[in-house]
Design a protein around this ligand. Structure first.
Ligand SMILES: Cc1cc2nc3c(=O)[nH]c(=O)nc-3n(C[C@H](O)[C@H](O)[C@H](O)COP(=O)(O)OP(=O)(O)OC[C@H]3O[C@@H](n4cnc5c(N)ncnc54)[C@H](O)[C@@H]3O)c2cc1C
Length: 462
C-alpha cells in the first residue's frame, strides 16, 4: 500500500464494507477490501445461475426511511433504479382472503387513518386497542421504545391487551418480515421503533424494489467507482484473525497464512464472523468486545418459484401470516429486469420470491420439502388462481446466519463503530445505528465508521 496516504483494510465486502470503501476513497484514503466469497454484496448479493436467471440472497424491499442509502445511490447515479410502489401493505391469507392497509397523502398521524378505519379485516375494537397502544409513542418522542427492550413484542402486546388476531395476522408476519423471528422472540423495542418511524414520518413506510439485480445497480457501480479512485478489491480472501498487540491492531492474518497491515482496520463482517476473527485477548478482557459474544444471527431461507400462469397481480410487497411465507413478492410484477425464465422473456406469469421464516426448524429439511411447503402456502393463499398451476422452476438459498437476532436485552451489546482500540473500527447492520440490520443500517454504520476513521486520522496528523 502507498506510504503517503493513510491506509485502511476493510474486512468484508457486503454493503457496509463497499459503502465504507467508497466514502474512504472519496476522502483520500488508500483502501483495500478483503471479501471471503467469490462475489461482493454479502446479504444483498445476487448472481446468475447456470440457466441465466438472477438468484438473490433474499427479497430486498427499500423503505422510504433509508435516506442515507438513497444519498449513496445518487452519488453512484443509480437512484433511478429504485422503483417505488403504491404506499400500502397487503396481507394474503389462507382461503384467498386478504386485507390492505392503505395510507393517505396527509401529515402524520392522519396518513394512518385509512389503515386504522378502513382495512376491511380487523374490528373497530381491535384497531382501537392498537391505536391506544400508540399513545406512549406519540407522547414520548423517541424515548418510549428504548424502555421496552426487556420484553418480547408478544409480552408487550399482551400487556396492551392486543387481541390474538391482531398479533397473529398483523404483527407475526411483520416481525418475521423484519427480522425473521416471531413476536415471541423479537424485542418489543424493534417493533415499537419501526412503528414510531412509520407513525411520525409518513413516507418512511413507502416501499420500493430495485428494477433488477443488486449486483448491477448497487455493488458493481460501487466497486467501479471506488476502483477508479484507487481502491483494491480482493475476493476469495478470507480473514482468519486480527493481530492485536500493545493496545492496537498490528495486522490481519488471512486464511492462506499471509499477513496484511494498514494504518486502520475496519471490520464490516456479520456478527458471527466478527466474533471469530477477534483475538481472544480482546474478547476475554475487554467489556466492549466481550459483550459481542451475546449477539447471534438468525437463519432464513430464500426461495424463488416460477409458475406457468399469473397467480398474483400485485405490483408490491405482500405479507402472509399463514404458512411459511411471511413476506414475498411477484418479481414478474415488481422487478422489470426479472421478467425472465432461463434467460427468455417471461410475462403474464408468476415469478415469486419468498423469505421463508422462521427457518430454525426448516434448515435441516431437503430442498424438495421446503419448496413443497412454500408451494402449499401459495396454493392456500391463492386457491382460485393457482388451481392447476405448474411449477416451471424453483431455487433455494439457505442462510444459516443472516441478520443479528434482536431479542430482548441485546441492544446494550450492539457496539458503536468506534472501538476502545484506536485503529480498529466496526461497521455492519448489527452495530449501533438507527436502522438495525438492514440496507439502511449497513450504509449508516459505514458512514459512522468512516467519520470515526477520519477523526482519528486528523488527530494523528495534528
Ligand atoms: C433474506 C434476506 C432478506 C433481507 N431483506 C431486507 C430488506 O427487504 N430490506 C433491508 O433493508 N434489508 C434486508 N435484509 C438485511 C440486509 O441484507 C442486511 O442488513 C445488510 O445487507 C447487511 O450488510 P452488511 O454489510 O452489514 O453485512 P453482510 O452483507 O453480511 O456483509 C458482510 C461480508 O463479510 C464477508 N465475510 C464474512 N466473513 C469474512 C471473513 N472472515 N473474511 C472476509 N470476508 C468475510 C461476507 O462474505 C459478506 O460479504 C435482508 C437480509 C436477508 C438475509
Amino acid at each position: 500500500m502507498s506510504s503517503e496516504k493513510n491506509t485502511v483494510l476493510i474486512l468484508g465486502g457486503g454493503l457496509a464494507g463497499l459503502t465504507a470503501a467508497k466514502r474512504l476513497t472519496d476522502k483520500g484514503f488508500q483502501v483495500k477490501v478483503l471479501e471471503k466469497r467469490d462475489i461482493f454484496g454479502g446479504k444483498v448479493s445476487s448472481w446468475k445461475d447456470d440457466e441465466g436467471d438472477w438468484i438473490e440472497s433474499g427479497t430486498h424491499c427499500f423503505f422510504g426511511a433509508y435516506t442515507v442509502l438513497y444519498d449513496l445511490l445518487k452519488e453512484i447515479k443509480t437512484d433511478h433504479a429504485v422503483v417505488w410502489k403504491e404506499h400500502q401493505l397487503t396481507y394474503t391469507l389462507t382461503g384467498g382472503k386478504r386485507f390492505t392497509f392503505n395510507t393517505w397523502d396527509l401529515p402524520s398521524p392522519l396518513h394512518l387513518l385509512p389503515a386504522i378505519a378502513k382495512n376491511g379485516y380487523f374490528t373497530f375494537g381491535e384497531m382501537a386497542a392498537f391505536s391506544k397502544s400508540l399513545i406512549p409513542l406519540a407522547l414520548q418522542k423517541d424515548q418510549y421504545a428504548p424502555t421496552q427492550d426487556h420484553l418480547t413484542f408478544a409480552e408487550w402486546a399482551e400487556q396492551k391487551k392486543f387481541g390474538r388476531r391482531l398479533m397473529d395476522k398483523m404483527f407475526r408476519p411483520m416481525a418475521l418480515a423484519l427480522k425473521f423471528i416471531p413476536p415471541e422472540e423479537i424485542s418489543a423495542k424493534i417493533i415499537l421503533d419501526v412503528t414510531e418511524t412509520f407513525y411520525r414520518l409518513p413516507r418512511s413506510s413507502c416501499m420500493g424494489f430495485l428494477k433488477g439485480a443488486p449486483q448491477e445497480y448497487i455493488h458493481q457501480p460501487l466497486l467501479d467507482y471506488s476502483a477508479s479512485k484507487g481502491a483494491v478489491f480482493k475476493n476469495r480472501t478470507a480473514v482468519d484473525e486480527l493481530l492485536y498487540d500493545g493496545g492496537e491492531i498490528k495486522g490481519v492474518q488471512l486464511r492462506n497464512g499471509e499477513i496484511l497491515t494498514a494504518d486502520y482496520y475496519l471490520c464490516a463482517l456479520p456478527i458471527h464472523n466478527l466474533n471469530r476473527v477477534l483475538p481472544e485477548s480482546l474478547r476475554k478482557h475487554d467489556r466492549f468486545f466481550g459483550g459481542l459474544a451475546n449477539l447471534d444471527a438468525v437463519p432464513v431461507i430464500s426461495v424463488q418459484i416460477w409458475y406457468d400462469r399469473e397467480i398474483a397481480t400485485d405490483d408490491n410487497v405482500l405479507f402472509s401470516p399463514d404458512g411459511v411465507i411471511p413476506v414475498y413478492a411477484n418479481l414478474a410484477q415488481t422487478t422489470p429486469d426479472y421478467r425472465t425464465l432461463r434467460g427468455m422473456p417471461f410475462s403474464g406469469k408468476t415469478r415469486f420470491e419468498f423469505c421463508v421464516a422462521p427457518a430454525k426448524n426448516l434448515m435441516g429439511l431437503s430442498t424438495e420439502e421446503i419448496i413443497r411447503q412454500v408451494d402449499l402456502s401459495v396454493r392456500n393463499c391463492y386457491p382460485e388462481t393457482s388451481r392447476g398451476a405448474k411449477v416451471l422452476k424453483s431455487t433455494l438459498v439457505k442462510i444459516p446466519h443472516s441478520v443479528y437476532a434482536p431479542t430482548p436485552f441485546m441492544e446494550q451489546y450492539r457496539p458503536t463503530q468506534t472501538t476502545p482500540v484506536r485503529n480498529l473500527f466496526l461497521a455492519g447492520g448489527f452495530s449501533r445505528q438507527l436502522y438495525y440490520d438492514s440496507m439502511g443500517g449497513a450504509v449508516m454504520s459505514a458512514n459512522l465508521a468512516v467519520d470515526g476513521i477520519v477523526k482519528e486520522a486528523n488527530l494523528k496528523n495534528c
